[in-house]
Design a binder for this molecule. Structure first.
Ligand code: FAD
Length: 489
């Protein structure tokens, strides 16, 4: 088997390294930063507050287990997690507080009690979400959509045939409004799932209404030691399988000759490789590492997903009413998405997401304190005046959470760090700091994402959140599986 190089130690690159090592390749991972993880890094602030830097919600944990099993290990001995219950605490601007319980019946009862929507209607909606997921997800997420042979399989043809029925002509928001015409708060709650891949519920097709099933049906999970433990345990596995990680060694060019990949030039050396997998965002992979080659312009021009503005706050008090995932909704959701996707700015009153892990992992904050990861959805970087937007949004966030909790939260901040879209791009090379590559606002988005292989250069493959099947931990893990399958074939 030929030696393989992987550019980037994000979760997609790490998972690909494990799979290729198991397939018998000698694997070297080149990482620009001093450590692995990419968006899935961790940080510790003065005073002893630990945070997961990027992702906080973990679904489909069996995709991590699968890697340990493939290596002949018992997953639980290397990576442990538990199902979250409750999943999320929702705070509405009118003072209503709603708990999303893991059990669908219990959640439906809670919605009936707090929002007045009959529980059977909620269960019916969740069932439709499950049916849509079952009809399409495996097919669209687990195979390359860019190989003719994919379309020869019966299950793919069945899934394609199901698409129009599942909603290609209406938006997620229209679907949710039709399901709950009398209750805008429940519409807002389900619309929020569009943000799970950085999209706009007022544009994204209704097929994405399958996303709630991921969380409500299949479950939200929390790894022991935090989300970072996913990357950490898989890097350990990769190293045990012989993968070599070369940190602080950015790749500057992918070398090619006569339509094939021949090697890499890094800041330190030139290497021969006939097999290269880029886990770097696909846009800078073409613009910076393959600048002598023609680029797939139409693919690279697809609109980006949203980005994020995150405040990491060490908070000098405990809030028993808060859980791991907490949402403080804005008054006007439409305004918020118009601001992000049309006006390329942040609404004056954005929805605020607060992730707190110290309740689960007490070592994540000092006794009596909490580690707040406070996130607002924002546009990707297009040269906005970020210092002004960050300062304004910080005030809006503090005002919203302080009002909902009846406490001046600003007075409780003991440590602080901020990550904005230019910062996300600087650290991970993600184009514009977009969290999930291209957005899924377009009906054809799944087909317009870059394939997991190069259509021009033999020996070049792509994994991670900017290519098929998309962003988010589970999809990055699936991209690694597709790449390994393509290479094996
Ligand atoms: P990335 O994490 O993008 O890493 C790419 C790596 O490549 C980086 O380490 C980078 O340094 C390296 N690199 C780039 N260029 C070079 C080069 N030239 N040479 C060498 N190395 C290079 N997902 C979820 O599932 N749930 C969530 O709750 C969630 N929330 C999120 C919140 C935030 C704030 C962020 C930022 C992301 C979130 N995501 C979430 C998305 C998820 O984190 C990503 O989809 C996923 O981690 C991306 O992994 P990746 O494999 O694409 O690599």
């Amino acid at each position: 088997k030929q030696p393989a190089a992987i550019i980037g130690a994000g979760i997609g690159g790490i998972a690909t390294a494990v799979r290729l090592a198991l397939a018998g390749h000698k694997v070297t991972v080149f990482e620009a930063q001093e450590s692995f993880g990419g968006k899935m890094h961790q940080l510790v602030l003065p005073g002893g507050y630990r945070f997961d830097g990027g992702p906080s919600l973990f679904t489909l944990p069996h995709l991590v287990d699968e890697l340990f099993r493939l290596a002949g290990r018992e997953p639980k001995e290397h990576f442990r997690y538990q199902r979250l219950d409750p999943i999320t605490q929702y705070f509405f601007p009118d003072g209503t507080q709603l708990t999303a319980w893991a059990d669908e019946e219990k959640f439906a009862q809670e919605v009936e009690q707090k929002l007045g929507v009959p529980a059977p209607e909620v269960l019916q909606f969740l069932k439709r979400s499950r049916l849509a997921y079952d009809a399409t997800a495996d097919t669209f997420l687990q195979k390359s959509l860019h190989k003719a042979r994919t379309y020869l399989s019966a299950d793919v043809l069945k899934a394609l045939a199901a698409l129009p029925r599942l909603g290609l002509t209406s938006t997620m928001h229209q679907r949710h409004t039709a399901a709950f015409p009398q209750e805008p708060r429940l519409v807002q709650l389900f619309d929020r799932f569009a943000t799970y891949n950085g999209s706009d519920p007022y544009q994204a097709p209704a097929t994405l209404s399958m996303i709630p099933h991921l969380e409500h049906g299949l479950g939200a999970f929390y790894p022991e030691g935090g989300i970072y433990a996913i990357a950490e345990s898989l890097v350990k596995l990769a190293e045990e399988l012989g993968v070599q990680f070369r940190y602080n060694e950015p790749v500057e060019e992918i070398l090619t000759a006569a339509g094939r990949v021949t090697g890499l030039r890094t800041t330190q050396e030139v290497y021969d490789f006939g097999l290269v997998v880029s886990n770097m965002d696909v846009v800078p992979t073409y613009r910076r590492l393959l600048h002598k080659e023609p680029a797939p312009e139409r693919t690279l021009r697809q609109p980006r997903s949203s980005s994020a503005l995150i405040f990491y706050w060490g908070i000098g008090q405990r809030f028993p009413q808060l859980g791991v995932h907490n949402i403080f909704f804005s008054e006007d959701y439409k305004r918020e998405f118009d601001a992000i996707f049309q006006e390329k700015t942040i609404a004056a009153d954005p929805t605020v997401y607060v992730n707190i892990t110290s309740g689960h992992t007490p070592t994540d904050a000092p006794e009596g304190h909490e580690n707040w990861f406070v996130m607002v959805n924002v546009p990707h970087d297009q040269g906005q005046d970020w210092p002004t937007l960050v300062a304004r949004t910080r005030e809006a966030v503090l005002s919203r959470v302080s009002q909902a909790l009846g406490t001046d939260v600003g007075q409780l901040i003991r440590a602080e760090h901020v990550w904005d879209p230019p910062g996300i791009e600087a650290r991970t090379s993600s184009f514009g700091g977009a969290l999930y590559g291209s957005s899924s606002n377009n009906t054809m988005a799944a087909f317009l994402r870059h394939p997991n292989f190069s259509q021009q250069l033999e020996g070049l493959y792509f994994c991670g959140g900017s290519v098929h099947p998309g962003g988010g931990i589970p999809l990055c893990l699936l991209s690694a599986r597709i790449v390994a399958d393509l290479i094996a074939q």
